[in-house]
Ligand binder design. Structure first.
Ligand SMILES: [Zn+2]
Ligand SMILES: [Zn+2]
Length: 123
C-alpha cells in the first residue's frame, strides 16, 4: 500500500493486536476502519506515532489525497473538540490517515480531556 501523501510504500505494523501502516518517509499513519478507535482505547498508543511532527505539519497542507485502498478522494476531517487536528478519512472504507504527530496529539488531548472531565464532575 502506498502512502496517500508521499507515495512511499507503507510498512505494516501492529500495536496490541491492532494493525496499522506507517509511512517510513513522512511518518504518516494509516488505520483501517475502527482501528484508530481501538488504539485510542489503549494506554500509551501515542508512542506508535514516531514521525516528525514538523514533517507532519507540512504534509497536513497536502490534503487532496486519495484513499490508498479505494483510490477515491479522501475527506478532510476536523475533530470537533480538537479543531487544530485535521485528518483524512475515506467515506467508502472508513480508513483514516493521520499525519506524523497528529495521532499523538489526538491521544494526549483525549487523555487530558478525560482528566478535565473528572475534575468537572467532582464539582
Ligand atoms: Zn508518506
Ligand atoms: Zn477507502
Amino acid at each position: 500500500m502506498e502512502c496517500p501523501k508521499c507515495q512511499t510504500t507503507m510498512k505494516p505494523n501492529a500495536y496490541k493486536d491492532v494493525e496499522y501502516d506507517q509511512c517510513p518517509e513522512c511518518g504518516g499513519l494509516w488505520f483501517d476502519a475502527l482501528e484508530a478507535e481501538e488504539l485510542l482505547e489503549a494506554k500509551d498508543a501515542a508512542q506508535i506515532d514516531t514521525g516528525d511532527p514538523k514533517v507532519g505539519k507540512k504534509m497536513n497542507r497536502n490534503w487532496e489525497v486519495k484513499c490508498p485502498k479505494c483510490h477515491i478522494p479522501m475527506l478532510p476531517v476536523h475533530d470537533i473538540e480538537q479543531p487544530h487536528i485535521q485528518l483524512e478519512a475515506c467515506a467508502q472504507c472508513h480508513g483514516t490517515f493521520f499525519d506524523a504527530g497528529e495521532f499523538k496529539d489526538f491521544c494526549e488531548e483525549t487523555f487530558w480531556d478525560r482528566v478535565k472531565d473528572k475534575f468537572a464532575s467532582k464539582r
